[in-house]
Design a protein around this ligand. Structure first.
Ligand SMILES: CC(=O)N[C@H]1[C@@H](OP(=O)(O)OP(=O)(O)OC[C@H]2O[C@@H](n3ccc(=O)[nH]c3=O)[C@H](O)[C@@H]2O)O[C@H](CO)[C@@H](O)[C@@H]1O
Ligand SMILES: C=C(OP(=O)(O)O)C(=O)O
Length: 429
């Protein structure tokens, strides 16, 4: 295990290109299983989650090669329908294989997926959606066995606009007989990217980005070349880091329409953003202002994956702010760590009340999940003195060389080995 040692107090400055989106790359890699042949996917970030997804594809029979600018996946010989438990547990996104494998081999058996401990994260909506398409699902202790003779298109109403369930159902429906209509679908930009890839493969899908997605089944799909969309959460994280350190940074490869709710809050707080196509200059001129209430919501609402980073910014704002985490029931664990650094935050259920401005001071803190880890790094960058952030493997799940990115912007951050006493076993990484 590794830790980050951060010397705080240096404003970030310079310019950096934002990586491709983890949450687009993972379902798209899973989607390559849908057709035989060689797929080339560009701008896939080098993350531990992506490596784990590639290992799963290899376990199913694919050949995967990483080149400097793309990943090549040869799915000609997908012959295995069982995903080993150790690989399933490595990442939450292992569950994305259910839909594609049902469509390709008509069967798949898996155990429960892993991922960060931010809530229960059941998969009932995924399973109900696949059952509606005709899949037979048997759950035996820790195992889930799925098979189907023929997937048949139908109308499905998701109980909640789950991102993963929408993607799983889309990927199963592309090779189903007839048309599938997914009502109450999630509207995240990553779903639009998945639609774009599937349509390039020969699928007939429209509606991604709205609450109703239409999938007209086809008999066969072809391999694809595709470039992943920019990572809106990494862009938002860096914007928050610039605001927190009172720096000035130009970010390249940013889609402002994917970040509208984050931009609105940053602007209300006093962070300045000057756009030129997919490039944005970020800086601050004044004290940060508090926000009456931020509530996380499905897209286009404020993303839960930006909540911890924004919480840090609110601790620096001049006044009282409130924040409600409405997507995941256990995603405020970073508050205790921020309190160690001098933040004044009270938590009541899923709500946090933040009294600012706090002068953060360096402390020994531990990341409890991916975005909490990014938030603690931001806190360390603006804190007085030295901060040690344990749990770096969480951060490596979603940020491609985060320490190098921060260093290139002038931040003082160093990757070191951690002592065994700090290794957390609360959840899988
Ligand atoms: C790889 C990926 O894209 N991950 C993102 C995806 O995760 P993921 O797809 O897992 O998130 P979902 O949208 O499915 O989850 C949202 C809520 O629905 C609940 N739920 C979900 C499925 C289900 O079958 N039953 C159920 O109850 C979850 O517990 C959670 O409370 O969207 C989340 C919400 O924007 C983001 O935080 C994750 O970064
Ligand atoms: C929670 C996240 O990802 P995952 O769904 O892969 O666990 C995240 O990206 O913040």
């Amino acid at each position: 295990m590794e830790k980050f040692v951060i010397e705080g107090g240096k404003p970030l400055s310079g310019s950096i290109r934002v990586q491709g989106a983890k949450n687009a790359a993972l379902p798209i890699l899973a989607a390559t299983v849908l057709s035989e042949g060689v797929h080339r996917i560009y701008d896939v970030p080098d993350l531990t989650d992506v490596r784990a997804m590639c290992q799963i594809l290899v376990a199913l029979g694919a050949k995967v090669i990483r080149f400097p600018d793309h990943i090549e996946v040869d799915t000609t010989y997908i012959v295995h329908s069982h995903i080993p438990d150790d690989l399933m547990r490595k990442i939450r996104s292992s569950i994305f294989l259910l839909g594609p494998m049902l469509a390709r081999l008509h069967q798949v058996s898996v155990s429960k997926p892993g991922g960060c401990a931010i809530g229960q994260r059941p998969i009932d909506i995924h399973l109900k959606g696949l059952e509606a398409l005709g899949a037979q699902i048997e759950e035996q202790s820790e195992m889930i066995h799925c098979h189907v003779d023929r997937l048949i298109g139908t109308k499905i109403k998701l109980e909640f606009p789950s991102v993963g369930a929408t993607e799983n159902v889309m990927m199963a429906a592309v090779l189903a007989e007839g048309t599938t209509v997914i009502h109450n679908s999630a509207r995240e930009p990553e779903i639009m990217d998945l639609q774009a890839v599937l349509n390039k493969m020969g699928a007939r899908i429209h509606g991604a980005g709205t609450s109703t997605i239409y999938v007209e089944g086809v008999d066969q799909l072809n391999p694809v070349e595709h470039c992943i969309i920019p990572d809106r959460i990494v862009a938002g994280t860096l914007m928050a880091a610039v605001g927190a350190t009172q720096g000035e940074v130009t970010l390249e490869n940013v889609n402002r329409y994917h970040l509208a709710s984050v931009i609105d809050i940053l602007t209300d707080m006093g962070v300045k953003l000057d756009w030129e196509e997919d490039r944005v200059r970020v800086w601050t001129e004044q004290k940060l202002r508090p926000i009456h209430m931020i509530a996380t919501e499905p897209f286009p609402g404020f993303p839960t994956d930006m909540q911890p980073q924004m919480l840090v910014l609110l601790t620096l704002a001049d006044g009282t702010s409130q924040l409600a985490e409405k997507i995941f029931e256990s995603r405020l664990k970073h508050v205790d760590e921020l309190i160690k650094m001098g933040a004044k935050i009270k938590v009541d259920g899923c709500k946090a009340c933040i009294d600012g401005p706090s002068e953060l001071t360096g402390a020994h803190v531990a990341a409890t999940d991916l975005r909490a880890g990014a938030a603690l790094v931001i806190a360390g960058l603006c804190a007085k003195g030295t901060t040690v952030v344990e749990g770096v493997p969480y951060i490596d799940r979603g940020y491609d060389c985060f320490d190098e990115v921060i260093k290139s912007l002038g931040g003082q951050i160093y990757r070191k080995q951690t002592s065994p006493s700090f290794i957390s076993n609360s959840s899988t990484v």
